[in-house]
Design a binder for this molecule. Sequence first.
Ligand code: NAG
Ligand code: NAG
Ligand code: NAG
Ligand code: NAG
Ligand code: NAG
Ligand code: NAG
Length: 262
Amino acid sequence: MIINLVLAAFLVLVQPLVGAHGGLANYTVGDVWYRGYDPNEPAAEQQGQSWMVQRIWASIDPIFHVNDTGLACNTPGTTANSYIPIAAGDNLTAVYWYWLHPVGPMSIWLADCSPFGKCEHADPNKLEFFKIAEEGLLNGTVTEGMWFQKAFQHWDGTPDLWPVRIPETIKPGLYVVRHEILSLHIENKPQFYPECAHLNISGTGSAVPPKDYRVKFPGAYQDDDPSINIDIYTDEMRETTNYTIPGPPVWDGLMNKYCADC
Ligand SMILES: *[C@@H]1O[C@H](CO)[C@@H](O)[C@H](O)[C@H]1NC(C)=O
Ligand SMILES: *[C@@H]1O[C@H](CO)[C@@H](O)[C@H](O)[C@H]1NC(C)=O
Ligand SMILES: *[C@@H]1O[C@H](CO)[C@@H](O)[C@H](O)[C@H]1NC(C)=O
Ligand SMILES: *[C@@H]1O[C@H](CO)[C@@H](O)[C@H](O)[C@H]1NC(C)=O
Ligand SMILES: *[C@@H]1O[C@H](CO)[C@@H](O)[C@H](O)[C@H]1NC(C)=O
Ligand SMILES: *[C@@H]1O[C@H](CO)[C@@H](O)[C@H](O)[C@H]1NC(C)=O
């Protein structure tokens, strides 16, 4: 409880910073930067612009329920007109400004836009997402241990970087990339922070993830999942040194290489 209160006080103190910026602001591939949507800037200057690669997220506020349609690509999740070009096997780096929550898993997902023709036409709630990376509890206990969510931050106001390698074997084409942070610092009140962008993946691969790896949002998570509806401050969690990241397993890009829909 003491830790809980200290944490709560800390979060209140840092609130002005969160107000300044919070969430996934930019993407980089090598030395090239791609600007994302900024909820603190006028929507009219960003929405519908030809350069925009990120789907619209109107506020930095979290999503609280697994049944929220915004869980797919935030709210309203309005489409973007542009794409980040990237070669399969290269790294996409997400740039967060002033991320300040320390506890909970983080995951990165892709969804193939080809059933919709292009990502501009994709309904985020109908996309089939598969996980390409996840990070959780690195060491120590659920309550006091080191989570990747804390470790990836610099805690000095400089941008926090989160790279992911696009599977080398993946079938090239147009994809939505979805970054999710799940913050669990408030007991039994999970906070989801998803953001989506459009990728144009080039390459010579043909791999497609099997059906078991593909999910829709909402639908992928259940609100009674003990990894989601969790009180991290119980005596049990003070002793627990493992945390099961919710959702399907990470697709390694190697399975069912010759099978398009199984
Ligand atoms: C990064 O994103 C912020 C917020 O959207 C924006 O103000 C800034 O121009 C972007 N930086 C680059 C280099 O794209
Ligand atoms: C979503 O779940 C919450 C919490 O269980 C519930 O209060 C709400 O009515 C649900 N909303 C919809 C649209 O099902
Ligand atoms: C826990 O992980 C952090 C970040 O990787 C590292 O700095 C720290 O040394 C680790 N602690 C232990 C006890 O292994
Ligand atoms: C590429 O991303 C992976 C994580 O998927 C990371 O381990 C690696 O360090 C990154 N490489 C570079 C050059 O950033
Ligand atoms: C995707 O990139 C390919 C080149 O790799 C290009 O021919 C195609 O026009 C791009 N598609 C879109 C929608 O940007
Ligand atoms: C730790 O692992 C056990 C056994 O797999 C599992 O039942 C439990 O839910 C895990 N704990 C957490 C906090 O994920």
